[in-house]
Design a protein around this ligand. Structure first.
Ligand code: ZN
Ligand code: ZN
Ligand code: FE
Length: 742
């Protein structure tokens, strides 16, 4: 007889782990106890050494689907104490908090069956859940993960629920959010003035939706605005009320079949749609011009229902709804009832709310899938707060991200915890959410930063936050270059720690020379980098205005290429500004090149959201052979696009279809990338290429460029755990800070 102490680290709380252990113990002649601790679960077991060892080997093999086992520590203790049977003990509170918290999980099949079973006591109860599904991160106030430390603390369990909760044979054994219609939260429906209407709240919402109303619906991580998607006028009305001109909306479809009615769905995409993370998946429309009021490009973001409420809402007769985050002009998603009614009056025609509080906002995640690989665009609900695991341990660091698509990361040991979607840090509400989320994450993961890292940009709100905090707390501040951080993010995403060639293409980032960068080829590692190549800078006439008024960029491109600009409105003024160098900062941003070409081709002259020119240019691209002439010269090796612009304009005059020109433009960028990488390899001997930056959210390029480089013998690395856009950059900042601290 031996006595052993077992410590299991990973996501082992709130995922049915203790009941699983309880059952597994029954397969062996073992006795003892298990308890949750802040560092995972802890067990003491007695039995023969053989049984103990087989038991430990069984754990990772047989663990429940949502559990994630990071590490098992087994230690034999001196004397058996003579345990009888097996018990689950009360949680411990330790000071070191190492427990990982599960992300929110979509409703499981068992709960779904009960939801629609008239004989079940939770028939049509919109908060049904069990140990295998339901809310997690969004309801957690503190750890360890126990009902008392979640939003459910306000709902004492009824005796029926308590019985299930305490029954080891039950699927709801120790399911912290467990509840039923008698004891749990309830939904209610308010009219446009915020007055509750008696009756079946979900039926009232369904009726309103079917009648063409816009309904605010509180879900898992915040409030959505929903309406029918088959009515272009209604969609326009939603855009008008929400002040959202052209940016695509996402859809929620009843099931995969309904998705297939609208989009092409590959096997991998179906898997992503159905995964328990339930992200929005960007799918190719069945007909390119369809649903143009929902999405102006060839793709539409679609998700499946993920809460019981959503299933009840769609019922059997609603195939698809627009489901867009309820927020006002770039503010964070609304997540409180009072705020919803206050801020959405005049926008929503009705409100389907509930009295379960959301602790942390969490927007829907957005991904796309290519060749079986997931590319996160926005990593939020279903993914957060799952960490990125690193091969080597790092210090406790706070990385403050960039400004657009802001994010932060906290690191400790082998984990980096990336934040949920925050949005653009350009208003007070978003900044407050950013700061609040940082505090919440620090508490949940017990990180006390020993250093803070931020972007070099002096005017980013995140830079100001970092500077103030480092001064207030007397801890070191490390400022890192934007594109170096992108490169490091992609390296960390792939577990690389060696010199690489980094092709970093994005819209904008502050360069070490004070100019704007964004079409870069870097050579380096976590310690430092050399700017090996870049695109010929483009003067941004009027600075920030140029990112919106794209003709300003087309003017600069045409002018530099020695072409006629007379057709452009305001041409004389632009000419004077350029000649005098008045408010014309230089940018080597790849996004600006896309914008300028989109304007030259008449695809988009005024952008209503960041990256729109690039998105529409990609959407317009068809298939075409070859690429345009260009030159690569100088140091840094400059991509001179002037000959390309001249050829584009000539082809346009010759009447070559725009789609073909777009494709050839994209081919030219890829050919430039190929030659730049060859030159970089010739100089450095490095064979690994990482691709990062927002411009790689381009399926045309991502379907072709990695293959093009591989044919030259390069090892090509792309993102899969964090986004390629600025949201993913804080992961790279952690790595650069760690290298700087050493
Ligand atoms: Zn369930
Ligand atoms: Zn109950
Ligand atoms: Fe960037």
């Amino acid at each position: 007889m031996e006595r052993a102490l077992l410590k299991i680290h990973g996501i082992v709380q709130g995922v049915g782990f203790r009941p699983f252990i309880h059952k597994l113990v029954g397969d062996y002649a073992l006795a003892g106890y298990i308890k949750n601790s802040s560092s995972g679960v802890v067990m003491e077991l007695e039995g023969s050494r053989e049984d103990l060892e087989r038991f430990v080997a069984d754990i990772p093999e047989k663990a429940p689907g949502l559990a994630f086992i990071e590490k098992i520590e087994l230690k034999f203790l001196s004397e058996p104490v003579g345990y009888k049977g097996f018990e689950i003990r009360k949680s411990l509170v330790e000071d070191k908090r190492n427990t990982l918290i599960s992300p929110d999980v979509c409703i499981c099949e068992d709960c779904l069956r009960e939801l629609f079973d008239p004989a079940d006591r939770r028939y049509r109860y919109p908060f049904i859940n069990c140990t295998n599904c339901g809310p997690r991160f969004t309801i957690v106030k503190d750890i360890p993960y126990d009902r008392a430390k979640t939003s459910m603390s306000e709902f004492p369990m009824c005796s029926d629920c308590e019985k299930e909760y305490g029954d080891i044979e039950n699927r709801r054994y120790h399911a912290q959010p467990d509840c039923c219609g008698d004891c749990g939260p309830r939904v209610f429906y308010l009219d446009k003035d915020g007055v509750e209407i008696p009756g079946d709240a979900i039926e009232l919402a369904r009726k309103a939706l079917k009648a063409g109303k816009i309904v605010a619906i509180k879900g898992l991580g915040g409030v959505h605005l929903a309406c029918r998607c088959d009515d272009a006028a209604l969609t326009q009305e939603l855009r008008r009320r929400k002040h959202r001109d052209e940016k695509p909306f996402a859809l929620m479809c009843r099931d995969v079949e309904a998705v297939r009615g609208l989009c092409h769905v590959s096997e991998d995409e179906e898997k992503a749609l159905l995964s328990h993370k339930r992200p929005i998946v960007l799918l190719k429309k069945r007909e390119k011009g369809s649903l143009s009021h929902v999405s102006e490009n060839g793709y539409v973001g679609v998700m499946l229902p993920y809460t019981p409420l959503h299933y009840l809402l769609m019922g059997e007769d609603i195939d698809a709804l627009i489901m867009t985050s309820a927020n006002l002009s770039d503010c964070p998603i609304i997540f409180k009832n009072t705020e919803a009614v206050e801020k959405l009056t005049g926008i929503a025609d009705g409100f389907l709310l509930n009295n379960r509080e959301i602790q942390s906002r969490c927007d829907d995640s957005l991904i796309w899938v290519l060749n079986g690989r997931e590319y996160p665009v926005r990593r939020s609900r279903g993914y957060v707060p799952y960490p990125v695991r690193l091969d080597a341990a790092v210090d406790e660091i706070l990385a403050c991200g960039a400004e657009q698509k802001a994010s932060f990361c906290l690191s400790r040991g082998n984990y980096v915890f990336p934040s949920a979607h925050i949005g653009d840090l350009k208003n007070l509400e978003t900044l407050e959410n950013y700061e609040g989320q940082i505090s919440h994450f620090q508490r949940l993961f017990d990180v006390k930063p020993k250093a803070i890292v931020c972007d070099m940009h002096p005017d980013y709100m995140s830079t100001r936050y970092a500077t103030e905090r480092s001064e207030a707390e007397g801890i070191p501040l490390i400022q890192v270059q934007h594109h170096h951080a992108h490169m490091a993010a992609c390296m960390a995403d792939n577990g690389l720690d060696k010199p690489v060639i980094g092709l970093i293409w994005d819209g904008t980032g502050y360069g070490t020379d004070g100019s704007i960068w964004g079409g870069e080829c870097l050579i380096g590692d976590y310690e430092g980098f050399e700017r090996f190549g870049s695109i010929l800078p483009i003067p941004l006439i009027g600075g920030d205005k140029a990112a919106k008024e794209l003709e300003r960029i087309s003017f600069a491109l045409l002018d530099a290429a020695g072409l006629d600009t007379g057709h452009i409105e305001n041409a004389p003024m632009y000419k004077i500004m350029l000649e005098k160098g008045f408010n014309c900062p230089l940018s080597s941003g790849m996004g600006r090149l896309f914008d300028g070409v989109a304007a030259i081709l008449g695809i988009k002259k005024r952008a209503s959201y960041e990256g729109q020119g690039a998105v529409l240019l990609e959407a317009a691209a068809t298939e075409a052979e070859g690429f345009y002439p260009f030159e690569l010269s100088g140091s840094p090796l400059r991509f001179d696009w002037r000959e390309m612009i001249r050829t584009i304009v000539r082809e346009r005059h010759e009447g070559i279809p725009t789609g073909e020109i777009c494709a050839r433009f994209l081919n030219t960028l890829m050919e430039m990338a190929r030659r730049m990488c060859l030159a970089a390899r010739a100089e450095s001997g490095i064979n690994d290429v990482v691709l990062s930056g927002g411009s790689f959210q381009n399926m045309y390029i991502m379907e072709r460029l990695p293959e093009l480089l591989r044919r030259e013998g390069f090892q090509v690395w792309t993102h899969s755990r964090v986004s390629t856009n600025d949201e993913g950059l804080s992961l790279g900042q952690i790595m650069l800070a760690q290298a700087a601290l050493k």
